[in-house]
Design a protein. Structure first.
Lengths: 115, 113
């Protein structure tokens, strides 16, 4: 069974640009959530999608957005990039059913460097 | 979600049991205790979770105190590949939804050869 796949794995952008990251969840998983990891702030929750709807959102500015498609694949977008957006962006998927107990399965992440 | 407190770092000899403590004194009755670990440069990996009873799986055991204010993750026979940052997370889980996990600083477990 394939795990969570994130693309691209590494990318470099400059300030002011925008970036789109992609996540393919484990087959059958309907929930996708995104996290940002930086050395200073650690792992922080960005948002969670279920059935193409954003259900939970962390404390990030509106420059961070996401969406989920009907096949559960998800993308997140960061506009007007700032140096502080340099981070490892992690995607996690979950079954999200009543009988499931909520464990998340993470991808390897997309490492974004903003110059 | 309730806050957790973990030691910053711990050492353990290879082959011995690694016992990682976690305090969660403000845990609510409907909050679970989850453990994840993150090996350098990889995404976090789910280990185990529990509500009230002790739990065991192929990776680890989770011991939760009767008052639920603390727990211990046990890796029974630690190997060098268990060197990682271990996160204890207390989280309310409602079936059908995945609330955001609140990761603290975790415990950096170093397995010594």
């Amino acid at each position: 069974k394939a795990g969570v796949t994130q693309t691209p794995r590494y990318l470099i952008k400059t300030r002011g640009q925008q970036v789109t990251l992609s996540c393919s969840p484990i087959s059958g998983h309907r929930s996708v959530s995104w996290y940002q990891q930086t050395p200073g702030q650690g792992l922080q929750f960005l948002f969670e999608y279920f059935s193409e709807t954003q259900r939970n959102k962390g404390n990030f500015p509106g420059r961070f957005s996401g969406r989920q498609f009907s096949n559960s694949r998800s993308e997140m977008n960061v506009s007007t990039l700032e140096l502080g957006d340099s981070a490892l962006y992690l995607c996690a998927s979950s079954l999200a059913r009543q009988t499931n107990t909520g464990e998340l399965f993470f991808g390897e992440g997309s490492r974004l460097t903003v110059l | 979600d309730a806050k957790t407190t973990q030691p910053t770092s711990m050492d353990c000899a290879e082959g011995r049991a690694a016992n990682l403590p976690c305090n969660h004194s403000t845990i609510s009755g409907n909050e679970y205790v989850y453990w994840y670990r993150q090996i350098h440069s990889q995404g976090p990996q789910y280990i185990i979770h529990g509500l009230k009873n002790n739990e065991t799986n192929e990776m680890a055991s989770l011991i939760i105190t009767e008052d639920r204010k603390s727990s211990t993750l046990i890796l029974p026979h630690a190997t060098l590949r268990d060197t990682a940052v271990y996160y204890c997370i207390v989280r309310r889980y409602s079936g059908g939804g995945a609330d955001g996990l609140t990761f603290g600083k975790g415990t950096h477990l170093i397995i010594q050869p």
